[in-house]
Design a protein around this ligand. Structure first.
Ligand code: AMP
Length: 409
């Protein structure tokens, strides 16, 4: 194992404005998320070999899209979206979902899981009168929005409608959307439960439930809301459950919510193959800032996702980078939905080259072509680490992930 150090040459910019601009350094008052204490993760886990799994075998798809019993419009929409062959999770899950089975999909973002559940449900929904009949629950507003965007693309011309029911935005528009009797409800647990409690959202005709990123929803403390929501649904239904990991909590949920499920597992750390990982030793925060700004001067750092620990720290870091000539946006829980959406759009469209994020805000986001992931603060858990570095090296591209570690340790 070799400890690699980047940018150890003389720093080109002073980092002092970062410290002066904010609160006294060292204060963790800036909204450190509640939850368990931070795990110590040995630095050897932040380099290549540690994250490669032994059981990786190239998957050979059994189906092409034309093998699935989809109507002409849906086929055309899949073609228009540019999908040629089903991804492994799609290849395996679509036939089971069409057959009406409950499914546990062990898959994370980047595997094509969204289309794996949307396509067969959309196909089945054409001509169904009872509404709303599909409920899709996701951990974050951004993920719910992404699912809704994919839904709109795939359902074009099919006369199917959705309502996006997420927190952080004004409820009036959502209430209007619900009155239009959409077929699909796509949302986050808190707002969904709120509207169910207030009787704005009817659950009695729901025949399909999708829980996306169930493990993340549990991490974020949504379990009571999810249980309350599912309790309102008819027992006769199809349930589809997606999670990157299976823990005892997840098993308990599966047991309570699903009937005789089929489990489909795809390689969840596929990305680590394509991600070159390294650790960078730094003495303190100022040193980390110097190293980071040095890196950002290099041309190949063109779309860089930086992870920080606290909402407050993430915002300060982003402001500091912008002020040092590296256009940057921040996403974290202190921003409202439209601010987050705007920041994400600017980064996706490459109007800024850096996005600084907390783990929670970045969960499930699909951002193409991220060149580098920088762990400015080490992650809370190893699973957060795997999740973070999975933002780069997608679709066969090479990605790079650097993790700053403290030399004092
Ligand atoms: P997901 O895991 O659902 O977030 O999807 C990850 C990315 O892969 C998204 O940008 C999808 O549009 C894309 N994708 C999903 N399925 C396919 C497919 N069969 N062919 C090509 N791209 C796909």
């Amino acid at each position: 194992m070799s400890f690699k150090t980047h940018g150890s040459g003389r720093p080109q910019r002073s980092a002092s404005s970062f410290r002066r601009g904010g609160r006294p350094s060292g204060g963790r008052s800036g909204g450190r998320n509640k939850g368990p204490a931070k795990q110590y993760i040995h630095p050897s886990k932040f380099i290549n070999k540690a994250a490669v799994r032994e059981d990786e075998v190239a998957y050979v798809p059994k189906n092409v899209f034309d093998d699935f019993p989809f109507g002409a419009e849906l086929r055309a929409n899949i073609r228009a979206k540019g999908y040629k062959n089903p991804s492994p999770i799609q290849d395996q899950a679509i036939p089971e979902i069409i057959a009406g089975k409950d499914v546990i999909g062990l898959a994370n973002t980047g595997t094509g899981k969204t289309a794996a559940f949307l396509l067969p449900i959309i196909e089945r929904m054409s001509g169904i009168m009872l509404r709303p009949s599909v409920l899709i629950v996701a951990p974050t507003r951004e993920l719910a929005q992404q699912i809704d965007e994919e839904f709109r693309v795939f359902s074009r011309g099919l006369g199917l409608y959705s309502a996006l029911i997420v927190g952080g935005v004004n409820v009036d528009r959502q209430l209007r959307d619900l009155k239009r009797r959409p077929h699909f409800i796509i949302g986050t647990p808190g707002r969904l439960k709120d509207l169910i409690d207030k009787r704005h959202l009817q659950m009695k005709n729901m025949s399909t439930l999708v829980l996306d990123e169930a493990d993340r929803m549990l991490d974020m403390g949504f379990l009571p809301d999810i249980r309350a929501i599912v309790k309102e649904m008819p027992k006769e239904r199809q349930s589809l459950f997606f999670s990157a990991t299976i823990t005892p909590d997840i098993e308990a949920l599966v047991h309570d919510f699903l009937r005789d499920p089929v489990t489909i597992s795809v390689r969840t750390t596929e990305t680590s193959d394509h991600v070159e990982q390294s650790i960078i030793e730094a003495r303190d925060k100022t040193h980390k800032l110097e190293l980071l700004t040095d890196m950002l001067h290099q041309d190949d750092y063109s779309k860089v996702l930086v992870f920080g620990e606290t909402k407050f720290g993430v915002q300060r870091l982003s402001d500091h980078l912008s002020n040092s000539g590296h256009p940057s946006v921040a996403i974290h829980g202190n921003k409202n939905q439209s601010q987050r959406q705007k920041a994400l759009r600017q980064f996706k469209d490459e109007h800024v080259k850096v996005m600084v994020a907390t783990d929670v805000a970045a969960r499930g986001l699909d951002i193409p072509n991220v060149t580098h992931v920088i762990n400015f603060d080490t992650p809370q858990t190893y699973s957060d680490y795997v999740h973070r570095i999975g933002r780069t090296g997608r679709g066969g591209a090479r990605g790079r992930a650097h993790t700053f570690i403290d030399t004092q340790r």
